[in-house]
Design a protein around this ligand. Structure first.
Ligand code: FE2
Ligand code: FE2
Length: 263
């Protein structure tokens, strides 16, 4: 059995970093307290470590604005917690791409390079962990701060389809780590602003493959939903680490090709 900790939406700021107007806008509704946000991540990591989690998945919005200083701060906290490169999965969220279209690539080649093995990079990347295969998926795109969409390109969709059809991966649970939910928002305008563009490319794969699961963030709340014919939930979201109240991570038991939350 593998005990997986799912953390998301840390929205880290960097201590002493100047906060410009777009960053303030990106952080609407949240106190701009760099140290406080660092403490929240420390708390969530300590909680997961106390529970003896064997793997740590971060489903995006690691930083508030994707600046180099913010990525450095995130790396410092992973390092401080003593998390090794094989114990962590990292993907970017929409916030991580607000500063630059190349910010994520530079982060995993720079401050986050110690954790690059489990970081989203080329489409279809696989990170084998105990009792599961993790697919870290990058759906982020550099966009104006008034938008918060994710994008599943045809290339990403095809790469994921190929992985899920691979019998070698079907022996265990497959965990797609994606920042946005694969479900469409009911409101079309909100879907256009905040949803996952071409989400059906992910949803149809979940319908076809009962061993496929999604761990996502972005919605900042606890969610678990089934897909298609399979009754057990296979799409999971967690409250944001940056949130002031509530649980800041979830734990899942991963065994026998399935992901089962412990809460
Ligand atoms: Fe977020
Ligand atoms: Fe987000």
């Amino acid at each position: 059995m593998s005990l997986l900790a799912h953390l998301s939406d840390v929205h880290l700021l960097a201590p002493g970093e100047a906060v410009h107007v777009p960053m303030r806008l990106a952080s609407t509704g949240r106190v701009l307290d760099a140290e406080g946000r660092m403490e929240k991540l420390r708390g969530a990591l300590a909680e997961a470590q106390r529970a003896a989690a064997t793997h740590f998945v971060f489903s995006g919005d690691l930083t508030e604005f994707g600046t180099e200083r913010q990525y450095e701060t995130f790396a410092e906290l992973l390092s401080e917690a003593g998390l090794g490169g094989d114990a962590v999965t990292l993907i970017p969220g929409n916030h991580d791409a607000y500063t630059s279209p190349t910010g994520w690539r530079r982060a995993i080649e720079g401050p986050l390079r110690a954790w690059a093995r489990g970081a989203a990079a080329e489409p279809g990347k696989v990170q084998p962990i105990e009792r599961a295969f993790v697919l870290p998926v990058d759906v982020s795109r550099h966009q104006n701060v008034i938008r918060s969409q994710g994008y599943v390109t045809a290339e990403v969709g095809a790469a994921l389809a190929k992985r899920l059809a691979d019998p070698a991966l079907a022996r265990e649970a497959v965990l797609l780590v994606v920042h946005h939910t694969p479900f469409k928002h009911d409101n079309a305008a909100w879907q256009w602003i905040n949803g996952l563009h071409d989400q059906e490319r992910v949803l149809s794969l979940l319908e076809q493959h009962p061993h496929a699961h999604v761990l996502h963030g972005h919605l900042h709340r606890r969610i678990q939903r089934p897909v298609g014919e399979v009754a057990r939930p296979r799409v999971f979201c967690v409250p944001a680490v940056v949130n002031v109240t509530g649980a800041r991570m979830r734990l899942y038991d991963v065994s026998d090709g399935a992901v089962t939350p412990t809460d």
